[in-house]
Every structure is written in structure tokens, then in C-alpha cells.
Design a protein around this ligand. Structure first.
Ligand code: SF4
Ligand code: SF4
Ligand code: SF4
Length: 177
């Protein structure tokens, strides 16, 4: 089992419903976020194109945030999901410094938090909250080891990229062009 997410940038309209859904589903405090929207402009004037990227933790295969955590609070569970055990986190911030994607934040209750790929839902066979509310159905989630999963299918069929591959973390969130 290797969980991954794919987001079709041709269909994403930047509405931020995924951000609101995540905050509600995961009790993310106001002013903080586990996912966020980035606007990117490509091309040369006057041939400019705008697209949106819904970004979050990439649940990297080679996760520096896990390597640097001194307590083991940051760890990897089944399916490759990178999680933080809040009770074991001492708030040293090493993982925040180590993440090239700025995917983690200090929760006001004194621990580090980030996207969990909604493992409380995905372990029951449901989609993550952000994926389930997307009005354009541009987000796909599933198991890369299953060739018939939605994420395997779209990554097989369409050109795609990951963020900052040069960081060498082997991210598992992909953007479909
Ligand atoms: Fe860790 Fe950052 Fe990769 Fe998430 S995106 S697994 S927080 S290095
Ligand atoms: Fe680990 Fe918490 Fe320190 Fe991050 S802030 S490295 S999760 S103990
Ligand atoms: Fe938030 Fe879950 Fe989506 Fe991660 S997978 S951004 S925790 S809703």
C-alpha cells in the first residue's frame, strides 16, 4: 500500500473548498492550515496562463521531517502516511526547519501539526475530506500499488509533476497537467 494524491491543475479553480473542508474535518485552528492554495503564472506576456495548486504535506518517501525528529513523534504509518503523535511532540521545531515544503505549523496547543492524508477516513475506505468536497472533482486519492486506483489511473494517463523534486524527498502529491 502506497497512498498518493493527484490534483488536476486544468480543473482546479482555486475556490479553496479543500482548505475549508480540511479545517472543519480536522479542527484546524483559525489562522492555521494543513492545506493552502498557490497561484502560479506561466508563459511570456501576452501569452500568460494562470493555474492553482492545492498544496499540503507530500507524505514523502524519504521524509527529512521524520529523520530529524528527536522523539519519534514524527513517524510513518501504513501506506506511507507521515504523521505526528501530538503527545510525543516536544515542539522543538526541527521538523518544520527540515521540511522543504513548509507543510507543518506549530499548533497553539504546543505541538506540530500537518496533513494526515485524513487517515481516520482513508483507513475506512473513504476519500480525504479535501478530495471529497472538491466541486470540480479535480483531486484523486488512492493506492499506487493498485493499478486500478483513481490516482494510479490518472498518473498513468496524464503528464504530471511533483513539487521541488530536487529536494530529494520523493513526494507523493502530484499535479496533473
Ligand atoms: Fe515531511 Fe514536509 Fe515531506 Fe510532509 S512534505 S513528509 S512534512 S518533508
Ligand atoms: Fe518531532 Fe515535534 Fe520536534 Fe517536530 S517539533 S521534530 S514532531 S518533537
Ligand atoms: Fe486536510 Fe485531510 Fe486533505 Fe490532508 S488529506 S489536506 S488532512 S483534508
Amino acid at each position: 500500500m502506497r497512498y498518493a494524491m493527484a490534483i488536476d491543475i486544468k480543473k482546479c479553480v482555486g475556490c479553496a473548498d479543500c482548505v475549508v473542508a480540511c479545517q472543519t474535518e480536522n479542527n484546524v485552528p483559525i489562522g492555521y492550515a494543513r492545506d493552502w492554495i498557490i497561484e502560479k503564472v506561466e508563459g511570456l506576456y501576452p501569452d500568460l496562463r494562470l493555474h492553482f495548486e492545492s498544496q499540503r504535506c507530500n507524505h514523502c518517501d524519504d521524509a527529512p521531517c521524520v529523520r530529524v525528529c528527536p522523539t519519534g513523534a514524527s513517524h510513518i504509518i501504513e501506506g506511507g502516511i507521515v504523521k505526528v503523535t501530538h503527545e510525543e511532540c516536544i515542539g522543538c521545531g526541527a521538523c518544520i526547519e527540515a521540511c522543504p515544503y513548509e507543510a507543518r505549523y506549530f499548533h497553539p496547543d504546543g505541538y506540530v501539526d500537518k496533513c494526515t492524508f485524513c487517515d481516520h477516513r482513508t483507513s475506512q475506505g473513504d476519500n480525504p475530506a479535501c478530495v471529497s468536497v472538491c466541486p470540480t472533482h479535480c483531486m484523486y486519492f488512492g493506492d499506487l500499488d493498485d493499478p486500478e486506483s483513481p490516482v494510479s489511473k490518472i498518473l498513468r494517463e496524464r503528464e504530471h509533476y511533483a513539487l521541488a523534486p530536487e529536494a530529494g524527498t520523493k513526494p507523493n502529491v502530484f499535479y496533473v497537467k
